[in-house]
Structure formats: structure tokens, C-alpha cells
Write a protein that binds this ligand. Structure first.
Ligand code: AMP
Length: 195
């Protein structure tokens, strides 16, 4: 299986690059943000509770997103692999993911981090907010809060994968196709390495 973590702050281009990677490698896309928004649309209790936090730019509890990922792994056992987008966002989530994948005798192959500075992220998210309809993309203070949440809680996840020799950083500003090619090169190198 080819399991990838696509990592980076909000607005780094994870969703855009995920779509291209799915087409290239036939992976199942697991975005906890998308899964949470679908719970909100469905009006579930989980969705209602998550919405209160998401509307403030705060992470939802680890057990909520870990439970969602656990269900999706169970539902997609014959997948060629998974692309994790927006997950794991904390070190406990990363540890839980390793344990879940071990149950299926598989693991994360590589973690690709898209690097984009805060000024560019804010600009992109405000533009996205004009068409995405996402309340958390439409307010600069909230965008700043989400980036702070990323720096405080999510950035340490990079060291977690670095200590496993799986962390690969790529500049996330520039031509979408060129960034995609750079990601593919990292993936090809990682999969060529016999571990
Ligand atoms: P995203 O679509 O990935 O930008 O996520 C939107 C919001 O959903 C975040 O600001 C969080 O409130 C919540 N969220 C998404 N994924 C996670 C996660 N892995 N852990 C905690 N909260 C999450």
C-alpha cells in the first residue's frame, strides 16, 4: 500500500495536490476536514459539536477524528493506499494513525510538507472564502487563529515523522504542476528505497 500524509498549514494547497495525487496513484482520499463538514451537513450530533470548534478555528478533539479515520480504514480495506489530508494534526493523532495502520500490516511511506508563509496563506484563504462558502475562510482573525493552532499543535507532527526518516518538505508557492512534480519525485524516491 502507498500511504501518504500531505502536511501543511491551512491554505498550503493540500486539497489541490491531493486531487492530483489521487488521480496519479489511485489512492483513497481521507480529509478529516471534509469528513467533519459532511457530518455538519448531515446535522449529526458529532457535526454540531465539531462545528462549534471549527467556527472558532480550534481543533476538534483527537478521539473524534481518530474514530472517523478508523471507520474509513475499515471501509476501504482493498484500497491501493490512502492520502491523509489535514490528518494527523497532533502528535497523539500521528501515534494513533501508526497503530491503526499496523493493524492492517501497513504504514505511512512518506510525509510531504508543503511550505508556505503566513502572508501568502492568509491571501489564499481569503480568496478561497469568496467561493468556498466556508465560514472559517472568510474572516482574517479566524484565519490567523487557525494558523496559530497549526503552529502550536500541528507543526510538532513534522518532527514525529522526521524521527522516522519520513519527512520531506517542498516549497508550496509557485506553479501547481511543478509542485506536483516535486511531490511525485519525493514519493518515487521514498518508494524506491527498500526499507
Ligand atoms: P481543514 O478543512 O483541514 O482546514 O479543517 C477545518 C477544521 O476542521 C479545522 O480548523 C479543525 O477545526 C477541524 N479539523 C480538521 N481536521 C482535524 C484534525 N485532524 N484534528 C482536529 N481538528 C480537525
Amino acid at each position: 500500500m502507498l500511504n501518504l500524509v500531505l502536511f501543511g498549514p491551512p491554505g498550503a494547497g493540500k486539497g489541490t495536490q491531493s486531487e492530483k495525487l489521487i488521480a496519479q496513484y489511485q489512492l483513497v482520499h481521507l480529509s478529516t476536514g471534509d469528513l467533519l463538514r459532511s457530518e455538519i451537513r448531515g446535522g449529526t450530533e458529532l457535526g454540531l459539536r465539531a462545528k462549534m470548534l471549527m467556527d472558532q478555528g480550534i481543533l476538534v478533539p483527537d478521539e473524534v477524528v481518530i474514530g472517523m479515520i478508523e471507520n474509513k480504514l475499515k471501509e476501504n480495506q482493498s484500497a491501493a493506499g490512502f492520502i491523509f489530508d489535514g490528518f494527523p494534526r497532533t502528535v497523539p493523532q500521528a501515534e494513533a494513525l501508526d497503530e491503526l495502520l499496523a493493524q492492517y500490516n501497513t504504514q505511512i511511506k512518506v510525509m510531504i510538507a508543503l511550505v508556505v508563509d503566513e502572508q501568502e496563506l492568509t491571501k489564499r484563504l481569503l480568496i478561497r472564502g469568496q467561493s468556498s462558502g466556508r465560514p472559517d475562510d472568510q474572516n482574517e482573525a479566524l484565519i490567523h487563529r487557525r494558523i496559530k493552532e497549526y503552529n502550536d499543535k500541528t507543526a510538532p507532527v513534522a518532527s514525529y515523522y522526521e524521527s522516522q526518516g519520513k519527512f520531506k518538505a517542498i516549497g508550496g508557492i509557485g506553479n501547481i504542476e511543478e509542485i506536483f512534480q516535486a511531490i511525485c519525485e519525493k514519493i518515487e524516491t521514498a518508494t524506491a528505497n527498500v526499507r
